[in-house]
Design a protein around this ligand. Sequence first.
Ligand SMILES: Cc1ncc(COP(=O)(O)O)c(C=O)c1O
Length: 378
Amino acid sequence: MNNIPFEEIIKKFGTPIYVYHGEKIERQYEKLSNAFSIMNSKIHYAMKANENIEILKIIKNLGGGIDAVSANEVDRALNIGFKPDEIVFTPSCASVEEIVYVMDKKVNIHIGASEYFPLLAKKLKGKKVGLRINPGVNIGGNQKIATSHHASKFGIPVIFLEKVKDFQKEYGFVVNSLHIHAGSNISNVDDLKNSIDNLFKYTKEFENLEYLDIGSGLKIKYKKEDTETDVDSYAAHIKRKMQEYNQNLKIKIEPGKYLVGNAGYLATTVNIIKQGYKRKFAGLNSGFNHLIRPMYYNAYHEIINISNPKGKLQKYDVVGQLCEEDTFAYNRLLNELRIGDIVVIKSAGAYSASMVMEYNLRKKPKEILVFKNAVRQI
Ligand SMILES: Cc1ncc(COP(=O)(O)O)c(C=O)c1O
């Protein structure tokens, strides 16, 4: 990484550790920003993916904004120096008090339930408010991370938009934006385009719109054969829709994993190789306390043995050291693993360190940033 051998980083900081590659984040940002430069747009990094302050600073230096989901995330972004207008707040089932707190910070807010309006009545007069809508269509991706279908808790079902219009008149607020987020890691760009088509359909309903927030859903490569979302084709589609609907709205996009997913690595050590009745286990000094995506979402992460890259290929169940089922991969073909070998789990930049816990009183991994020829704990 930046000509620094990975082994050197491990020698210095030990394992388990998260290692991030700053330039990779920059490259992803530039790719997306170039694609969306054909329209008035802004990238708002979904900081839930990785809220480390140094990662946020990289985004800030690139000119990005923030997508936050909690008052604490909003406060962190403000403390780093993001301006209120560079932040969008799209909470899910947050308390009325939390929403009021963020409204007072003058951050852009996307309300995800029509039931909030009467509860916020006293705060709404003259305010601009965005709506997170749920068009009720099943769009791609893993069901656990699909968010705009009939059974999802997210967004205002479009059947209630008339109600919102009545609230608008009653409480004197202005709907200035519509937001949609169809889910994460959507493999087919046509599904993403379909979600955009749904969003544009509702632009006719509100006359004071200033921007559309298209959420994310951008896919990254977890497996070698995966393809990343073609962001050029996606942006071109949005531009065409804008022309078709004769609109001139700013577009905000909220990528998380597209920017940081493949810039992160979880480095672990093999504690034990153990033969079970039927399978061989490689027990790492980690578990779902450090990386929960394989267990929670059935997510695939590439795993490599960097200590023995030419070792004979063998099949392992790669597990952690928790007193739980904490399998990173079943029956995975890997170069022979030995006690003490360094095993790196790839694509661990998003929803990885940000979901860490101290279950079994195991410590959180350190986080290391390799950026501009420096290697430092962040
Ligand atoms: C509202 C919203 N915006 C953006 C994101 C970021 O999604 P991704 O990390 O897939 O880019 C999420 C992820 O859950 C989300 O819920």
